[in-house]
Design a protein around this ligand. Structure first.
Ligand code: TRP
Length: 437
C-alpha cells in the first residue's frame, strides 16, 4: 500500500481538527450537557479533557507517527508478535458503530439544509419547529434517503484519497463555520430570556452531577476528540517528523473544546428563551436553531449557510471514520482504495438503515460507542505507552522535531497512572449508576 501524506505542514493538523470538530461538538455536546445538568457537567468535561482526553490524544499521535503506519499496522510493527494490534480491530468495529448513527444525524443536517434553502424552515412557530423535527426523525423514508446521500458523498471523498480529499475540504470551510457560530451566539445571548440559559451553562449546580454524568462526560470527551479507536493514531502517522506533536495535540483539543463551548452558548440561551426542554436528547439542536434563525435579519440565508457548513463539518468527521475501515480493508485484503471504500460504505449503509428505522438502535449505538467502546480503546492505547514503548522511546518521539516537550513528565505520569485508573473508575461508577438507574 502506498504511503500517503499531507502536502503541507498545517494539513495534518487541519485534518485532525476536521475529524475532531463535527456533530460531536454541535449536535452531541449540547444534548448530552442538557441531559446532565449544565454547568457542573461542563466543569467536569473541561477537567476530563485536560487530564484524560488530551494525554490520550497525544499518545495516539505519538504511536501513529512513531510507526508511520495506520493504526493496525502501527501496533503490529511497534510490538511484533503481541496482541496490541487487537486495539485496531476494536477500532474498526467502533468506526462501524459510530458511522452508522453519525450518518443518520448527518442526513438530518443535510435535510435541514435543503428545507431551509427551499424556505420551509422560515417563519415556523416554535411548536411547528418541534413537530418538524419529530416528523424528520420518525419518517423512515427521509432518514434513510438523506443518510444514504451523506454516505455516498463521504464515500466519494474517501475514494479519492486522503491528501486530495480531506485536506482540501477541511481547511477552507471550518473557519467560516466558526464565524457563523459566533454570529448566531451573539443573537442567541441577546434574546429576551437568554439569561437563564447562560446561567444554566455557566453557574454549576453540583447536586445535578450523577454517576452517569461523569460517565457521559468522559465518553463525550473521547467522542468529540475522535480518540479511543485509532483514528488519531492513523492521523498521527501523517504528521511530519518536523512538527511539534504535543503542541499539535493541544491545538486540536483547544479548537475542539472551543467550538463545543460556543455551541452550548448558541443553544442554551435560545432553548431557555423559547421554553424548550434542554434535556430532551438528540433533537435539541434541531428544535432550537430554527427559532434563532427566525429571529435574525437574513435568517434564511444564515440558516442555509449554517446547516450547510454543519454538513461539511459532519463530512470531515465521517470521512475520518470511514477512512479507518477503508485502511483496514486495504491492508488486510490488499484491495484498491475504490473497491475497499465501496465495500465499507455498503456495510455502513446496512447499519445506518437500522439506526434510521429504530431510535432504540440509534441510542444504543450512540451510547455504547461513546461511553463503552471508546473508553475501553483509550484504556489500552494509553497502557501501550508505558508498558510497551517505554519512557525513552516515547520521549524521543515527542522531541523528534528537535525541540523540548517541557511537560513530558506530567504527560507521562498522567498516562501511566492517572488516565488508566480514572477510566476504570469512571467506567465502574457509570455502570453502577446505569444499573441503579
Ligand atoms: N469527533 C467527531 C465529532 O465530534 C466524531 C468522530 C470522528 C469520531 N471520528 C471519530 C469519534 C473517531 C470517535 C472516534 O463529530
Amino acid at each position: 500500500m502506498e504511503k500517503e501524506g499531507f502536502s503541507s505542514r498545517a494539513g495534518a493538523i487541519a485534518a485532525a481538527a476536521g475529524s475532531a470538530v463535527g456533530l460531536g461538538n454541535i449536535w452531541r455536546f449540547p444534548y448530552v450537557l442538557g441531559q446532565n445538568g449544565g454547568a457542573a457537567f461542563l466543569l467536569v468535561y473541561v477537567l476530563f479533557m485536560l487530564l484524560i482526553a488530551l494525554p490520550v490524544l497525544m499518545s495516539e499521535f505519538a504511536i501513529g507517527r512513531k510507526a508511520g503506519l495506520p493504526v493496525l499496522d502501527a501496533f503490529k510493527s511497534l510490538a511484533p508478535g503481541k496482541k496490541w494490534y487487537l486495539i485496531g480491530f476494536s477500532g474498526v468495529l467502533c468506526a462501524f458503530v459510530i458511522s452508522s448513527f453519525y450518518q443518520v444525524v448527518s442526513g438530518w443536517t443535510l435535510f435541514y439544509t435543503y428545507m431551509s434553502a427551499t424556505g420551509q424552515l422560515s417563519s415556523l412557530s416554535e411548536q411547528e419547529v418541534e413537530t418538524m423535527f419529530q416528523h424528520t426523525a420518525s419518517d423512515p423514508v427521509i432518514c434513510v434517503i438523506w443518510m444514504l446521500v451523506m454516505l455516498g458523498i463521504t464515500g466519494f471523498v474517501v475514494a479519492r484519497g486522503v491528501d486530495k480529499g480531506i485536506e482540501q475540504y477541511s481547511k477552507i470551510l471550518m473557519p467560516v463555520l466558526l464565524v457563523l457560530i459566533v454570529v448566531v451566539c451573539v443573537r442567541s445571548v441577546s434574546l429576551d430570556g437568554a439569561a437563564e440559559g447562560i446561567s444554566f451553562l455557566l453557574s454549576p449546580d453540583f447536586s445535578k452531577l450523577t454517576p452517569s454524568a461523569l460517565f457521559e462526560a468522559l465518553g463525550q470527551a473521547f467522542f468529540s476528540l475522535s480518540i479511543g479507536m485509532g483514528t488519531m493514531t492513523t492521523y498521527g502517522s501523517y504528521i511530519s517528523k518536523k512538527q511539534n506533536l504535543s503542541s499539535s495535540a493541544m491545538s486540536v483539543a483547544m479548537i475542539d473544546f472551543f467550538i463545543a463551548f460556543l455551541a452550548g452558548l448558541m443553544i442554551f440561551p435560545c432553548a431557555f428563551a423559547f421554553g424548550i426542554n434542554p434535556g430532551q436528547g438528540p433533537g435539541l439542536v434541531f428544535v432550537t436553531l430554527p427559532n434563532i434563525f427566525n429571529q435574525m435579519p437574513m435568517g434564511q440565508l444564515i440558516s442555509v449557510a449554517f446547516f450547510f457548513l454543519l454538513v461539511v463539518a459532519a463530512l470531515t468527521s465521517s470521512i475520518s471514520l470511514l477512512e479507518v475501515v477503508v485502511t483496514f480493508i486495504r491492508s488486510s485484503f490488499g484491495f484498491k482504495r475504490k473497491k475497499a471504500t465501496f465495500i465499507s460504505a455498503a456495510c455502513v449503509a446496512f447499519f445506518g438503515v437500522a439506526c434510521s428505522l429504530s431510535s432504540t438502535v440509534f441510542d444504543l449505538f450512540d451510547k455504547v460507542s461513546a461511553n463503552i467502546l471508546l473508553p475501553l480503546g483509550a484504556f489500552f492505547i494509553v497502557l501501550f505507552i508505558p508498558y510497551e514503548l517505554g519512557k525513552k522511546r516515547v520521549c524521543e518521539e515527542f522531541e523528534a522535531h528537535g525541540g523540548k516537550f517541557k511537560l513530558f513528565g506530567v504527560y507521562y505520569f498522567l498516562t501511566k497512572y492517572i488516565v488508566p485508573v480514572a477510566i476504570l473508575f469512571i467506567f465502574a461508577y457509570g455502570i453502577y449508576g446505569w444499573i441503579n438507574g
